[in-house]
Design a protein around this ligand. Structure first.
Ligand SMILES: [Zn+2]
Length: 117
């Protein structure tokens, strides 16, 4: 269950960001996960509230956007949107494609709540 480790990494990164601002807490954390990243999004969403419990992040919501993967054809240079590693080039049928995106996770933005006092 490496989603637990990922949730931990997200928490650590978000807390680091929080400490660089004057914000009081974090409302939402947005991240993009490529569909070939091998991350179970449901599992990640499920365990995140447990991971942040008791931390300064408690109550923050994790908003995940799934991103399709992209591959470039080494033969004809066409970029295709792919949903698994075994999808060939949409133009010429060549396989394998060179992955150009959608195989990693990115923390895209964080919504901070400012201390209004
Ligand atoms: Zn091709």
């Amino acid at each position: 269950m490496h989603e637990l480790a990922i949730a931990h990494d997200i928490m650590t990164a978000a807390i680091e960001q929080l400490e660089t601002t004057r914000a009081e807490r974090i409302q939402q954390i947005h991240c993009r996960i490529g569909c070939l990243a091998g991350i179970d999004i449901q599992a990640l969403e499920f365990c995140f509230p447990f991971v942040i419990k008791g931390s300064t992040l408690e109550g923050a919501k994790l908003v995940i956007t799934q991103e399709p993967a992209q591959g470039e054809c080494p033969a004809c240079k066409t970029l295709s949107e792919i949903h698994d590693f075994f999808e060939p080039c949409s133009a010429c049928g060549h396989w394998p494609l060179q992955l150009t995106g959608g195989h990693d996770m990115l923390l895209t933005s964080i919504d901070f709540v400012l201390d209004e006092s």
